[in-house]
Design a protein around this ligand. Sequence first.
Ligand SMILES: Nc1ncnc2c1ncn2[C@@H]1O[C@H](COP(=O)(O)OP(=O)(O)O)[C@@H](O)[C@H]1O
Ligand SMILES: [Mg+2]
Length: 245
Amino acid sequence: MFRVEHVTKSFGGLMAVSDVSFELKKGELSSIIGPNGAGKTTLFNLLTGHIKPDEGRIAFEGKEITDLSPHEICKRGIGRSFQRTNIFPRLSAFDNVQVALISWQRKSRNIFLKSDRLLREETNDILDSIGLGNKKETTAGLLAHGDQRLLEIGITLGTHPMLILLDEPTAGMSPEESNKTVELVRKLVREMGLTLLFIEHDMSVVFGISEKIRVMHMGSVMAEGSPEEIRANDDVQRIYLAEED
Ligand SMILES: Nc1ncnc2c1ncn2[C@@H]1O[C@H](COP(=O)(O)OP(=O)(O)O)[C@@H](O)[C@H]1O
Ligand SMILES: [Mg+2]
């Protein structure tokens, strides 16, 4: 359903993303891991049209999307969360999700616009699904960090994606919170029949949610395989150990 071919992007002399190719199958849960600076977020920015590749092509559902704007790509069904939380801090949790739904509805120019009541129901459904139903009146900026990250996922779901790209959704969470979030994301993605691509810095977090893991290092995908294969890969261990030093 999603195909990335030879995508490359340099910033000045720095090859941030270098000849990356991969495919995602419908319903697949996979992740991209790699040390800080490996090019993961830049790759996401390329996939969602926020920056344009120097070379390469991206296709979704059989159609090329390489030259589309972020908003066109979102409309096609690719939703994305950001590494840094991207909520409206002064609005309630409820309003954050509802604004996402309303703005998606406008963008999609759907002739069957939802009534306020249906939008409210859908907003409540999303908040329940991310476990924030009982905090929906809370001002988003006052939610705990982990809850803000969950809200960010809720906002992404509000764009009605078929494919969701989550950029370090567990960043800054405790290990317990991270595990809970990964479990929740897996459940949601399965229930909603979505395809997931999950960026993570911490290798241990992704094992529970990945059928396939791709490891980025210095702009390239240097390994691809099942969690077991990646865990046993000496080169992968080496780059992670090098980062700790
Ligand atoms: N807009 C930009 N201009 C210049 N350099 C950038 C820009 N965005 C990212 N980079 C550089 O590209 C490299 C990859 O960054 P990034 O994609 O954020 O890595 P990751 O998400 O894996 O930590 C880094 O060296 C970063 O400094
Ligand atoms: Mg990043």
